[in-house]
Write a protein that binds this ligand. Structure first.
Ligand code: NAP
Ligand code: ZN
Length: 346
């Protein structure tokens, strides 16, 4: 067992405190990673605050992990010491169900093992990336391309793949009109990825305050949803809408922006149930869907795609002592566009 430094919370309203956690001894296919950077995802906040249901405390969040391989188990074949690697939202799955076999481990019929707030195959609670080291089975480790710095790589492991996967699945390619709701951590990645895939991209943000950034990142159009005329103007416009918002929206207003056969995909995961009028779907054969992160194979594909298209998150580096402040700033949408913890400050 290895004792390592971490930052944890011990209740839904706890501040972060410095602590030590143990990482397991390496099994034959395990890798010990020295974490260099960990992104702060809004899901960390939902989970730490217990909004998605009860969690095991103390909890160390963090599922946007980038670092260096320090040690490998006896049977590890994919990675070597000193490799630049990442870990995203899951660290294990059954490996045997149809979805695992298809490389969609996030939809494992037995349930994927979350990087934190899960239970590992040894029956222990998993603890995430706000820490200096982590031990992960090699099948759940990703290779970070050389031209992506480790701090910028971290947010790709969740914000990147969570937007790449539905954009790819619903084919946000050339000739498609795609809208992204919310210019936050996920949203600013979705804009870049959809643009690189060839779609025409429109941002729907509450205000125009981030318009210049949105256009620079590849959007062709940028509208404020606080302006009611936006909804009149854009009726029946989009083939695909990706909703990245962490709170509930009036879905009927957004569904009517879809063209015939269009799909609104929620990746934002508010705690409260949503409601919509079925008529909003029936009228134009529209669909309302959801999507969870992406599989391991697709996550590697996303990293290579970002490398090839020079796509990077815009990040603000913080020290471990600033996590509480960063949470407050994410909750007030005062982030451009992802906080990343420098874990050397643990
Ligand atoms: P974030 O950085 O806080 O971005 C969310 C954006 O939503 C904000 O920047 C803001 O954009 C908009 N927004 C926030 N509150 C709003 C409100 N009350 N009404 C309308 N718009 C609001 O969060 P994130 O890290 O991108 O995560 C977004 C959501 O995705 C979270 O719920 C997270 O848990 C979820 N998530 C899901 C998956 C998955 O697998 N499905 C994976 C990762 C994250 P504007 O200022 O532009 O309006
Ligand atoms: Zn996340």
């Amino acid at each position: 067992m290895l004792n390592v430094k971490a930052r944890a919370v011990n209740s839904p309203d706890s501040d972060f405190y410095a602590t030590e956690i143990t990482r397991r001894d390496l099994d034959k296919n395990d890798i010990l990673i020295e974490i260099k950077y960990a992104g702060i995802c809004h899901s960390d906040i939902h989970t730490a605050h217990g909004e998605w249901g009860p969690v095991h405390y103390p909890l160390v969040p963090g599922h946007e992990i980038a670092g260096i391989v320090k040690e490998v188990g006896s049977d590890v074949s994919k990675y070597q010491v000193d490799d630049r690697v990442g870990v995203g939202c899951m660290v294990d799955s059954c490996g045997e169900c149809e979805h695992c076999k298809n490389g969609e481990e996030q939809y494992c019929t037995k349930g994927m093992v979350g990087t934190y707030a899960g239970t590992d195959r040894y029956g222990e609670p998993t603890q995430g990336g706000y820490s200096t080291h982590i031990v992960v089975h090699e099948d759940f480790v990703l290779r970070i391309p050389d031209n992506i710095s480790l701090d910028a790589a971290a947010p790709l492991l969740c914000a990147g793949i969570t937007t790449y996967s539905p954009l790819n699945h619903w084919k946000a390619y050339e000739g498609k009109n795609v809208a992204i709701i919310g210019m936050g951590g996920l949203g600013h990645m979705a804009v870049q990825i959809a643009h690189a895939m060839g779609a025409e991209v429109t941002v729907l943000s509450r205000t125009l305050s981030k318009k210049e950034d949105g256009l620079k990142l590849g959007a062709s159009n940028y509208y404020a949803t606080s302006d009611e005329s936006t909804f009149e103007q854009l009726t029946n416009s989009f083939d695909l809408i990706i909703n990245t918002v962490s709170a509930n929206l009036p879905l009927d207003d957004y569904l009517k922006l879809l063209r015939l056969d269009g799909t609104l995909v929620n990746v934002g995961a508010p705690a409260e149930p949503v409601s919509l009028r079925v008529a909003s779907l029936i009228g134009h054969r529209r669909s309302f869907a959801g999507s969870a992160i992406g599989g391991i194979r697709e996550t590697q594909e996303m990293l290579d795609f970002c490398s090839e298209h020079n796509i990077k998150p815009q990040i603000e580096l913080i020290s471990a002592d600033q996590i509480d402040e960063a949470y407050e700033r994410v909750l007030s949408s005062d982030v451009k566009y992802r906080f990343v913890i420098d874990t050397s400050t643990m």
